[in-house]
Design a binder for this molecule. Structure first.
Ligand code: ADP
Length: 254
């Protein structure tokens, strides 16, 4: 469970990117965060694993305060949270297998990760998670040989390998074509439904958010202005979130 309690973020330049946000996300939810560019989606998402430090309020992961955690506890809490970001966060010159194995570094000691002492079970598990995202034949490919969509799926596989119970995805389909976007979001849906992982996604496309999410959060200027099901997200509510700039007819995927 993710509990965001009256959280705010004021950047050093004075920008209020999160303005008193309170939100509880239960295990197994598939939440999409929508809003105009600059609304605070990325700031909110990254505050959940404390890549962004909030300036006020508190965030709890499964009852433990990530915002107040010391270094060791923070590392431990983070092993439960996977991140898929726009920049993919993959070591491009390294193989798919190595990139996925690196998902475990947070829970292994430094020595062990430096010497690459992974167990037989680890290697078997890499094969399993790759099969889940349909990339079994790419185990030894270098990541820079893969398409954008395939790289996103390697990132998803890495969060599965990590056994993250929460998966954060920051604009995972922003640079992908509609078909590939659907594949990536479908993979996340499969992981959500069959493995019970909680998914939190920032997304530009309202159409995709409505199609995949069980719950949609709308942000505007750092404030939470909508929290409901896809069915409750009417055109009128969308116009409010997008400050009158939402036009359903022009809506495209990603
Ligand atoms: P979104 O993901 O919805 O596009 P962001 O969370 O990236 O929004 O940004 C929210 C607001 O905070 C914007 O006004 C943005 O310019 C500002 N912002 C984001 N990152 C920083 C930063 N590192 N320093 C100062 N302002 C920032």
């Amino acid at each position: 469970m993710i509990e965001i309690r009256d959280a705010s973020k004021v950047y050093k330049n004075g920008t209020h990117a999160m303005d008193h946000i309170s939100l509880t996300i239960q295990d197994g939810e598939y939440v999409c965060i929508i809003g105009l560019s600059g609304a605070g989606k990325s700031t909110l998402l990254r505050s959940v694993n404390r890549l962004n430090e909030i300036t006020d309020g508190e965030i709890l992961i499964d009852g433990r305060s990530i915002t107040k955690a010391g270094k060791k506890e923070l590392r431990e809490i983070r092993t439960h949270i996977g991140l898929i970001s726009q920049q993919f966060n993959l070591v491009k010159r390294s193989t798919v297998q190595k990139n996925i194995l690196s998902g475990k570094l947070g829970s292994y000691g430094t020595l062990r990760s430096i010497f690459g002492l992974f167990s037989k079970e680890d290697y078997e598990k890499v094969n399993e998670v790759l099969a889940k995202v349909g990339l079994s034949d790419r185990l030894q490919s270098r990541c820079d040989e893969l398409s954008g969509g395939q790289q996103q799926r390697v990132c998803i596989a890495r969060t599965l390998f990590q056994d993250a119970s929460i998966i954060l995805a920051d604009e995972p389909v922003a640079s992908l074509d509609p078909v590939t976007s659907n594949k990536v979001l479908t993979d996340l849906k499969m992981i959500n439904e069959s493995m019970g992982r909680t998914i939190l996604v920032n997304i530009h496309s309202v159409e995709l958010a409505k199609h995949y999410a069980t719950r949609i959060i709308g942000l505007q200027d750092g404030k939470l202005v909508f929290d409901g099901t896809p069915a409750e997200l009417t055109d009128e509510k969308l116009r409010a979130i997008y400050k009158g700039n939402y036009m359903p007819a022009k809506e495209h995927e990603a």
